[in-house]
Design a protein around this ligand. Structure first.
Ligand SMILES: NC(=O)c1ccc[n+]([C@@H]2O[C@H](COP(=O)([O-])OP(=O)(O)OC[C@H]3O[C@@H](n4cnc5c(N)ncnc54)[C@H](OP(=O)(O)O)[C@@H]3O)[C@@H](O)[C@H]2O)c1
Length: 291
């Protein structure tokens, strides 16, 4: 299948771009340098030049959760997380293309310790979450007109850094860097949710596309949810970090955007992914091998 990947050099986009050919797909991978998707009229001209594409995977997003609380971040979040998704959904629907798009556990309020199923009611508590939810709703509107889509909610991504020079380090990358220069590490012992390894998410995405499952919402995240502190303890154990690891509360780390306290994504429609710490072992081994 000929598949267009948008955001192809981001953290997830790089994994999708690299793994797509092994699923037999002919991949076109575009990033910001290829087309600026915040300018839809211009982007549409380039998109219209494509032929024989059967599916579009959109990983482009405005992910700066705290900056989205105020301008200009709030407007950028609306442009990329909402308006772009609405435009892509219409563009795909008009051409009969399948659209795969990613959303976030941050569409949920975070008050369900047992976790959220795909059909639980979203209720975002910050601007980033509201913009992602607006994008979700625009897919559902286009579905009524015939769009085939897979809306994949995921959370707390980690994995090999994307090829883009702007690709952000994950929580684990930041903690490994800090471990080299600090006498102790601290993690917020809250925001219980699922860490997700981008290579696992990429494989599960291709699997979903191949399955020709029903259009709709799917949760994909590694299993065994934990807090930032819990994940930091696991990192310290697996990477043999020889320094104290301390829990702190959310109040010890004030941030502009409210965070959901419990936002584990339950995968009720697809087979569960392996525990995040098994993926973390693989990630750490790859870091060592590539040193
Ligand atoms: N990261 C997480 O923990 C997390 C959690 C839950 C859900 N998600 C969702 O998962 C998806 C993938 O996230 P990710 O972390 O892989 O994102 P990412 O690394 O930030 O990648 C996003 C890509 O989009 C590109 N992009 C940004 N603005 C653009 C524009 N105006 N025109 C064209 N391209 C543009 C970026 O290019 P540049 O590199 O040049 O900026 C980057 O390559 C997103 O939908 C995100 O909301 C992520």
């Amino acid at each position: 299948m000929k598949v267009l990947i948008l955001g192809g050099q981001g953290n997830l986009g790089t994994q999708l771009t690299q793994s797509g050919p092994s699923w037999g797909h002919d991949i076109i991978s575009w990033d910001r340098d290829d087309l600026d998707l915040s300018d839809w009229p211009l982007a549409q001209v380039k998109l219209n030049s494509l032929s024989h594409v059967e599916a579009v995977i959109n990983t482009v997003a405005y992910n700066a959760v705290d900056a989205a609380e105020t301008e200009p971040g709030r407007t950028m979040a609306d442009i990329l997380n909402h308006q772009l998704v609405a435009n892509l959904a219409q563009w795909c629907r008009e051409r009969g293309l399948t659209l795969i798009h990613y959303s976030s556990d941050y569409v949920f309020a975070g008050d369900k310790p047992e976790g959220y199923k795909e059909d639980d009611e979203p209720h975002p508590i910050n601007e980033y979450g509201r913009s992602k939810r607006a994008g979700e709703v625009s897919l559902m509107v286009e579905e009524e007109q015939g769009l085939n889509y897979y809306l994949i909610r995921t959370s707390k991504l980690f994995g090999p850094r994307g090829l883009s020079p702007n690709a952000k380090p994950s929580f684990f990358d930041i903690m490994l860097q800090l471990a080299a220069t600090s006498s102790e590490l601290k993690g917020v012992d809250a925001e219980f949710s699922c860490f997700t390894y981008t290579p696992d998410l990429a494989q599960a995405t291709w699997q979903l596309l191949a399955s020709q499952a029903d259009s709709g919402v799917y949760h994909i995240a590694n299993s065994e949810p934990t807090t930032w502190y819990g994940a930091l303890q696991k990192l310290a154990e697996l990477a043999h970090l020889n320094l104290p690891i301390k829990p702190i509360s959310s109040a010890d780390l004030p941030r502009p955007a409210a965070r959901p306290q419990y936002s584990s994504l339950l995968m009720t429609k697809l087979p569960a992914l392996r525990p995040y710490h098994e993926a973390l072992v693989e990630y750490l081994q790859n870091l060592l091998d590539n040193k």
